[in-house]
Write a protein that binds this ligand. Structure first.
Ligand code: GLP
Length: 237
């Protein structure tokens, strides 16, 4: 795994945005895998600046988001669809219909998972996947477990994740208990991966991810088996 240390959150966000923009300039038709959470907000902000300055265009890009809460529609302010539109899609030239997220309100979640996987495959897979990481090592919403799921699937969120994400909701009771997420197999098939990690509270999990045993108990540790992962972080290991 390549490791890029940046002095602070802003520099981490800039470095990630520049790397994404470089990939899009190299391949304007790139298929991107996109994350949510508080960590990538700065990266999206810098990507919007680069777009506004005429340095990059997303007109031919396609994207798939990692995950979505079950039960929240795209108008819910805490849905990932809303997050993406608010922070990124509404501010760049990506075409409507060129980006997709799992639909958390699909009447049959299994059918929705299949639709998502088939569409990703049809688009030729993901060229560049950007990831954040949960405090418990989850990527997307692939929670620590005894095994790893390959494809897009529905998960029961762990108590830790529900608690960690409660800060975005009015109360912990409002946090959905389930989510749809790309599987570890979908993520590992991406040709290139950026793992964006910020904040001292993630030091321990970053250490385990990069240097610990590869185990489904630390889902991000599987990234050690990928040949093109760049960790961009403000944590000096
Ligand atoms: C959520 C998302 C993850 C994200 C994680 C970390 O659980 N499903 O994709 O990596 O949050 O979020 P944050 O960046 O806010 O710590």
């Amino acid at each position: 795994m390549d490791y890029i240390y940046c002095a602070n959150y802003e520099k981490t966000s800039q470095a990630a945005a520049r790397m994404v923009a470089r990939e899009v300039l190299k391949n304007p038709k790139a298929v991107l895998g996109l994350p949510t959470g508080s960590t990538p907000i700065g990266m999206y902000r810098y990507l919007v600046h680069l777009f506004e300055d005429g340095l990059v265009s997303f007109a031919d890009v396609k994207s798939f988001n990692l995950d979505e809460y079950v039960g929240l529609n795209a108008n819910h302010p805490q849905s990932y669809a809303y997050f993406m539109y608010d922070n990124f899609f509404s501010k760049i030239d990506v075409l409507p219909g060129a980006y997709d997220l799992p639909r958390g309100i699909a009447s049959d979640i299994n059918v929705e998972c299949k639709r998502y996987d088939e569409k990703m495959q049809k688009m030729g897979g993901i060229d560049l996947q950007i990831l954040g990481i949960g405090l418990n090592g989850h990527i997307g919403f692939n929670e620590p477990s005894h095994d790893m799921q390959v494809r897009t699937h529905c998960v029961d969120l762990t108590h830790d994740t529900i608690q960690a994400n409660a800060r975005f909701f009015n109360s912990i009771d409002e946090v959905p208990r389930h989510a749809v997420t790309m599987g570890i197999g979908n993520i590992m098939k991406s040709r290139k991966i950026i793992l964006l990690v910020s904040g001292e509270n993630k030091r321990d999990i970053l250490q385990k991810t990069m240097y610990g045993a590869v185990s489904p108990e630390v889902p991000a540790s599987i990234l050690q088996f990928h040949s093109d992962v760049t960790v961009i972080t403000d944590i000096k290991l």
